[in-house]
Design a protein around this ligand. Sequence first.
Ligand SMILES: C[S@@+](CC[C@H](N)C(=O)[O-])C[C@H]1O[C@@H](n2cnc3c(N)ncnc32)[C@H](O)[C@@H]1O
Length: 216
Amino acid sequence: MSGSYWDEFVDYEVNNDLNIRGFVEGLAEKVDKAFSELDDDYHPAYLGVENAVRLYALIREKKPSTVIETGVCNGMSSAAILKALKDNKKGKLYSVDLPVVAGSIEGRIGAVLPPGKSSGWVVSDELKERWELLLGNTYYVLPKIFAKVDQTDVFIHDSGHSYETMMFEFGIAWYHLRDGGVLLADNTDKNEAFKDFARGKERKLFRLNKMALIEK
Ligand SMILES: C[S@@+](CC[C@H](N)C(=O)[O-])C[C@H]1O[C@@H](n2cnc3c(N)ncnc32)[C@H](O)[C@@H]1O
């Protein structure tokens, strides 16, 4: 009998009692409302409420100076991270996105922006103080970020989920991740990239709800 993708993962414990669910649900409502005005096929492919609640808790707990994420789209994950940094009164988020507007690429229905919206539109202005949003392919933009920010405390992958893109991002992020830092990724069950990478680095596999996580 074949097991589940998550069988080898151990739950990563964070404080789930931080009263942030209302904020995250508000983000989901805003995005869902914008998508309700589009064709039914289009979907935001956002992180999801439970993942975003845990991500907020992780950032509150780790109190990072630097967080880097790939894949912004409508901005649910960015908003959750930025809210945590604001509540920590510490840290900066660098986000990378190559946005696609609904209807602009034939056949692309997921991880799109409603027409007229730009990457991270759901992030409110008061959360933008600690944010640098860079538009472009992660293959080009991540090396530029790491040329000026040598180390990161947290890295989150949620951009293109091909094996090659994931391995590229994990490789460059790991090199610049400080000892004790964490690398997370969403949608890892689409291929073996996360597990292969973790095995190569001899890391224990953790899960933060439905995000995979390893510690350096
Ligand atoms: C799954 S969505 C991100 C969802 C977001 N984390 C959230 O919680 O709302 C993925 C985003 O990454 C972008 N993307 C895909 N491949 C990319 C790449 N190679 N470089 C930069 N962005 C990419 C997509 O166009 C899309 O905007």
